[in-house]
Structure formats: structure tokens, C-alpha cells
Design a protein around this ligand. Structure first.
Ligand SMILES: [Zn+2]
Length: 174
């Protein structure tokens, strides 16, 4: 293991030729990864882009990041896994779909020796978009998540001062 004294990145090969400055774009980040991992990162980026069409791409915490008023989701490549960082609640909300993955608060790890669950990444991103925009996802495939969203929706309804206008219907009336 060799650590570059300038950027502190670690490489298997001593004096490994690499981009030694600050990584400014997601393209640059991906191009710095191994050939094995690059297509996976490109696919993850594409899946997140589809799930969050209004988000802005940037680098944040030295990780590819999708931003929409706040950091929606980061992703990053590690030696044996890819991590996504979708905020603190995702690993709890999606717990039953994440049983076979290592999670901690704010982090979900997908090992590289297993297929990457792109659909799940998409679903988590959509949930994050709904979370930051306060919108509902009406996905019949995930009624549990729908319940969660509706619970949040109802709380929001109760917090808002409706005055004389009609308060929208909550879950019981839908
Ligand atoms: Zn360096």
C-alpha cells in the first residue's frame, strides 16, 4: 500500500500515476475509479438522475452528490463495496429491503461481489426526493413506504394553518 503524500489517497502500487488534485466533478470522480467499478458508478448515477430529475449534480464531501435544496444522496466507491449516503432515516425506512446489506445511520453498503440493487437505489432516491419536496410517492409496489409517506403527509396537514380554506383529505378519507 502506498499513500500519496500530496493528496493522501492510497494505492496498491507505489508512485501510482493519478489525478492528484481536488476532484471537482462526478465525471472526474468516476474516471478515477477502477475499470471494474466505473460502469457500476455510471449506472448508479443514471438511476439517481432518473429518480431525481430536478436535482443538481455536484461533488460534496469528496463524493458524487445529488443536491436539491439539500444533499439528497451521495455515493462513493470503496475497495470492496459501493456506499450510498441517503440521509439518516433511509436505513430504517427501507430496513426490510436492506436485510442482506451492511447499513449504519446514513450509510448503505452494496458489496461488489453481488449484483447492485439499482431498483432499490432508485426507490430510495425517489423517497429522498419526496422527503425534501414534501410530495407523496404513490407507488403501489411499496405500500409500506406509502403508509410512511402518508403518515408524514398527515402530520404536515396538521401543522399547516388552513384558515377558512378546505383542508385536504388525510389517509382515513382517501
Ligand atoms: Zn496524490
Amino acid at each position: 500500500m502506498w499513500q500519496c503524500p500530496k493528496c493522501n489517497r492510497e494505492f496498491a502500487k507505489t508512485n501510482q500515476d493519478h489525478y492528484c488534485g481536488k476532484i471537482e466533478t462526478i465525471d472526474q470522480y468516476i474516471s478515477e475509479q477502477t475499470e471494474e467499478v466505473q460502469p457500476i458508478l455510471k449506472k448508479i448515477r443514471e438511476v439517481i438522475r432518473i429518480a431525481a430529475p430536478d436535482a443538481t449534480e455536484k461533488m460534496s464531501w469528496q463524493m458524487p452528490t445529488f443536491w436539491q435544496g439539500e444533499n439528497l444522496i451521495h455515493f462513493a466507491a470503496f475497495k470492496k463495496h459501493i456506499s450510498i449516503f441517503p440521509g439518516g432515516e433511509a436505513s430504517t425506512v427501507f430496513a426490510d429491503k436492506l436485510i442482506e446489506y451492511k447499513t449504519s445511520k446514513g450509510t448503505i453498503q452494496f458489496p461488489l461481489n453481488k449484483p447492485i440493487p439499482y431498483d432499490l437505489i432508485k426507490e430510495i432516491t425517489q423517497w429522498r426526493v419526496a422527503q425534501v419536496t414534501g410530495e407523496l410517492i404513490t407507488s403501489p409496489a411499496s405500500t409500506k413506504n406509502l403508509d410512511w409517506h402518508l403518515a408524514g403527509y398527515e402530520q404536515d396537514l396538521d401543522r399547516y394553518d388552513w384558515g377558512d380554506s378546505d383542508k385536504p383529505k388525510g389517509r382515513e378519507q382517501l
